[in-house]
Design a protein. Structure first.
Lengths: 490, 479
């Protein structure tokens, strides 16, 4: 967990306070000018889309650093890509594209196994399926949208993950938000980790069940909450709960941490609660053969009731899946709205996933899959240990390809982002509301397509920028290890 | 004797009167206090004592660990899902080729009326070529959300192209058509706001209404009088109209009935009562209007009068993804507040290229719309005398909806009957048509029926075959 030193907390709060005061001053002048200028007649009588302070954060804080977010690119999101430069005439309120691009090292895209760009095995097959099935089936899965490819992929995913059956969805977000209302409703209890993704929160809200939260990754607190809730029963009526589902994620994308899965499964089994594991970031990226946190932490997939994952991150495609027992999947195929009403997944995207899984399993006849898995593990561990030695505060566990570097101060967010871009390294910085207000960070995603030279260049740039803006919160070790590592490679 | 008695009585009387007259009380600390005061003081003390004494409450005992253990052991959860029965085993047909007007199912060539391929763009060579170029340049996925290097120049080009086509200043592109509407509604309408929606909207809209936590009123399907009555009721009750956002949510062409929303009337009502319109044009974008711009063009309403237009691109444009346009303020607000825009990976670039290709095709060949309209009119005429089924729905709607003339009693038995008809039509006559499906979470009250999605690339023989086979099967089923 993050240890926030007092001086840093005070300076961060002071910075936000100052920004808030300036923002309020500007709002005051804006209101004054609004009285002087007449309001447009068309909007008279209508309530404005944003009332009062609802978009204060956006207008006064986010817009100042808008150029750090939403940067367009002009090539595939591979290990090196072309970032389009943007310019602004009105102090960042609106940004315009220019024709210029700069080639930068990509430390921001979710490209864990390097399938993002054209691949020698996958792309010819994808183009073949595009010519055969066209870009879309224009129909839902239950009507005329199921092709041979969809059936093949469902069986392949079930085999890969280690469950009996699987069902596909066209988008990862929809998988969570349209599935949770299907399996639990009013009278049920959902206990979810406090740092779960927005799609899970939306799905839990839409289901009508009661939602309780347990402290992030703390199995003992989960046990406390479970005991308390089972003993008390439903609120106001005190009747026993119909069912309890515990929702956790494999890798938490803002922390880079792995879930404490064996302990949580043990607690859930003891209290007869169902478990739902969201492996969006961990499927394909961790584990000896890429099968996710279950393989890495030694948990039998049969112990997890429902396993969910997405194809966007490690497989370079789009869409999501749910893998569970045959009965659950059959029930979902009958009643899940996303299966009955939504357009089916695009056939070329399905083919991309099939080819990617075959490469990972080695069924394409080469050992590229095993090489990629070994490379991402080496790259992540190397990068993380180097950053920690330099004195950065890096979160996350070993083997996880996501590493957040803590920045804290709001001024350091644009400074880090812009300085790195000037030196041709593209990083992702995250602030409120994706993270708590005081804990802004820069998040690095390592890929199997990064070479050792790429990583060393990245480390140099990040170290220089870190010194410049002062984010090395811990004492650094002496730098002799970098040359040694370089020599070993040669 | 009498005098003795008199003496006793006189003595007693003397005693009683002297007792009354006797000075009661005492002298305490030199202050004389009367006796009745002492009695009153005693009474007051008793009252105070009773008031201050706590009432007897049984003490609160929290559950002991052992009791909690027992409760946990006793508790038995329901199974996660109910057991599957015969009817839940849906087996949809598996396609073995592209979903064009003819498709191969189980090795047989089948006429396809199940794909919403209105403009016949599935299999179009130019679109496929531009997709291949995109695949080779960008790969398949975009590997990131819009804010973190997931925005590609293709996305920006696509947004600009769509905005130019519709005639709005800007457009936001979503990565999946289904989630567009249920992410847009909560971004604009929050707790305390008011929404008036048609009762026949599809599940994604219903989910959006639930997630927004606003107060929702439903009006009768496509009935403007019912809408007007509800609007009047709301406007008369609002105290501070400038603080409460109000929306009307409708679909242009309803998936569940094939009706078209009367936009002119709705705009008049909206301006009178100061509501905003959210219009879902999934099945009318690229279909209605002289150049395919949608319901606004068809009804002759200028675009500025409709506040928010959303559409899924998985229908006429034969690609995937969704779009949402409106004024500049509306689109900018979404880019920061809409969950399905922010927290999910962006649209795969080749699908954005397909969308651009589709729009270029539509602009270059507006005659495809006349062909589509002719096909719809022809098929409607052919299906006007099917036994047991009636065509409801607007004559311009590319979804031809046939509902049962007489319901068999419950939704389940209706579904059974309709399924048997479609299965027979597929097996014996090789025509693929579909029934409306209802999820258990769907609250739509409209009746079930059969749906045929007409495409501009259907030939006349396809339409004749479909109508003839349906008539034959229905004659047997309803005899």
């Amino acid at each position: 967990m993050v240890r926030l030193p007092y001086t840093t907390a005070l300076t961060t709060l002071f910075s936000y306070g100052l920004l808030f005061v300036f923002g309020q001053l500007r709002d005051f002048f804006r209101k004054l000018l609004g009285w002087i200028r007449k309001p447009k007649d068309q909007l008279k009588g209508y309530a404005p889309i944003c009332l009062g302070l609802e978009d204060f954060y956006v207008r006064r804080l986010y817009l100042r650093i808008q150029d750090c977010f939403g940067r367009p690119i002009a090539s595939a999101p591979d290990s090196w890509f072309d970032v389009v430069e943007r310019c602004s005439n009105d102090n960042n309120k609106t940004l315009h594209r220019t024709e210029k691009t700069s080639r930068c090292l990509n430390l921001g895209s979710y490209n864990y196994l390097g399938f993002a760009a054209a691949d020698e095995y996958c792309t010819p097959r994808v183009i073949q399926s595009l010519k055969e099935y066209s870009a879309s089936t224009c129909s839902t899965r239950v009507e005329g949208g199921t092709t041979k490819l969809h059936v093949e992929l469902e069986e392949l995913v079930a085999r890969f993950v280690g469950k009996e059956a699987a069902i596909l969805f066209g988008m990862g977000y929809v998988t969570n938000s349209a599935l949770i209302p299907c399996i639990i409703g009013k009278g049920g209890l959902i206990i979810s980790d406090s740092l779960n993704h927005n799609s899970i929160v939306n799905g839990a809200r839409g289901s009508g069940a009661t939602v309780r939260v347990f402290q992030h990754n703390t199995p003992s607190h989960l046990e406390e909450v479970l005991r308390e809730q089972i003993a008390e029963g439903q609120p106001r009526t005190y009747r026993p709960w119909k069912k309890i589902i515990v929702i956790v994620e494999g890798i938490y994308s803002m922390e880079g941490e792995l879930c404490k899965l064996p302990e949580i499964i043990a607690v859930c089994k003891k209290y007869k609660a169902y478990t739902y594991l969201d492996e969006a970031h961990s499927i394909g990226a961790v584990g000896k053969s890429g099968r996710g946190v279950c393989e890495l932490l030694g948990v039998d997939p049969a112990d997890v009731d429902i396993m969910m994952g997405t194809f966007t991150k490690s497989f370079g495609s789009c869409g999501g899946y749910i893998a569970a027992s045959k009965e659950i999947i059959q029930y979902l195929k009958f009643s899940c709205p996303a299966h009955l009403y939504a357009t089916s997944m695009s056939p070329p995207a399905v083919q991309q996933v099939i080819s990617a899984i075959k490469v990972i399993l080695g069924e394409d006849g080469s050992s590229r899959g095993a090489q990629k898995l070994a490379r991402i593990r080496e790259n992540s561990n190397f990068f993380r240990s180097e950053l920690q030695k330099m004195g950065f505060e890096v979160l996350g566990d070993n083997d996880s390809p996501v590493m957040p570097i803590m920045l804290y101060n709001p001024a350091k967010i644009p400074a880090f982002s812009r300085e790195c871009l000037q030196q041709n390294v593209a990083v992702v910085t995250v602030a409120f509301p994706a993270t708590p207000l005081l804990l802004a960070r820069a998040r690095i995603c390592i890929s199997a397509s990064h070479t050792r030279e790429d990583l060393i260049k990245a480390l140099e740039v990040i170290s220089k920028v870190g010194d410049l803006i002062g984010v090395k919160y811990f004492p650094a070790e002496p730098p002799k290890h970098l040359n040694q590592g370089h020599n070993k490679l040669e | 004797m009498a005098s003795g008695l008199m003496d006793v009585i006189a003595n007693a009387l003397n005693l009683i009167t002297s007792a009354f007259d006797a000075p009661t009380g005492a002298i305490i600390f030199g202050v004389p206090i009367d006796g009745h005061l002492m009695l009153e003081a005693l009474l007051v003390m008793v009252i105070v004592f009773q008031l201050t004494k706590k009432s007897h409450k049984p003490p609160k005992k929290p559950l002991t660990e052992k009791e909690i253990d027992e409760l946990c052991d006793e508790w038995v959860p329901e199974p996660l899902t109910s057991d599957s029965t015969e009817e839940t085993m849906i087996k949809p047909p598996t396609l073995e080729s592209a979903a064009g007007p003819h498709v191969i199912v189980d090795g047989k060539d089948v006429v396809n009326f199940a794909s919403a391929n209105y403009l016949g763009l599935v299999g179009n060579k130019d679109v496929i070529d531009s997709c291949v170029g995109s695949l080779e340049k960008y790969g398949v996925g975009s590997c990131g959300p819009r804010t973190f290097y997931g925005t590609m120049d293709v996305h920006l080009d696509c947004e600009a192209r769509i905005a130019k086509f519709i005639g709005m200043p800007d457009c936001a592109l979503y990565s999946y058509g289904f989630c567009t509407i249920f992410s847009v509604i909560p971004a604009f309408s929050k707790k305390g706001d008011i929404i008036v929606a048609d009762e026949g909207v599809h599940w994604a809209v219903q989910n959006g209404l639930d997630l927004s936590r606003s107060t929702v009123f439903y009006f009768k399907h496509n009935d403007m009088k019912s809408l007007e009555a509800i609007l009047e009721k709301i406007t008369s009750r609002i105290k501070e109209p400038e603080k409460v956002r109000r929306y009307i949510v409708v679909e242009a062409i309803y998936q569940n009935s094939g009706q078209i929303a009367p936009l002119n009337e709705m705009v008049r009502l909206k301006e009178k009562h100061k509501f905003r319109i959210i219009l879902d044009e999934s099945h009318s974008f690229g279909v209605l209007g002289n150049s395919g711009r949608g319901l606004a063009e068809y009804c002759g309403v200028p675009n500025e009068k409709i506040d928010i237009i959303t559409a899924g691109m998985g229908n006429a444009l034969a690609t995937d993804g969704g779009l949402c346009t409106g004024s500049v303020g509306v689109v900018n607000h979404q880019r920061l507040m809409s969950s399905a825009y922010l927290f999910t990976a962006s649209l795969p670039p080749y699908l954005a290229s397909a969308a651009i290709g589709a729009l270029e095709y539509l602009e270059a060949n507006p005659s495809v719309l006349t062909k589509l309209r002719a096909n719809i009119a022809f098929l409607l005429k052919e299906l006007s005398d099917v036994s047991g089924l009636a065509t409801v729905g607007h004559p311009l709607s590319p979804i031809i909806f046939l509902k049962l003339k007489k319901s068999t009693g419950s939704n389940k038995t209706d579904m059974h009957l309709l399924d048997s008809i479609t299965n027979q039509v597929l097996k014996e006559h090789s025509v693929l048509i579909v029934t409306t499906k209802r999820s258990s979470l769907d609250k739509c009250p409209l009746p079930l029926g059969l749906r045929l999605f007409v495409s501009a690339s259907h030939s006349e023989s396809d339409l004749v075959k479909a109508a003839a086979s349906l008539k034959k099967v229905a004659a047997v089923a309803f005899s």
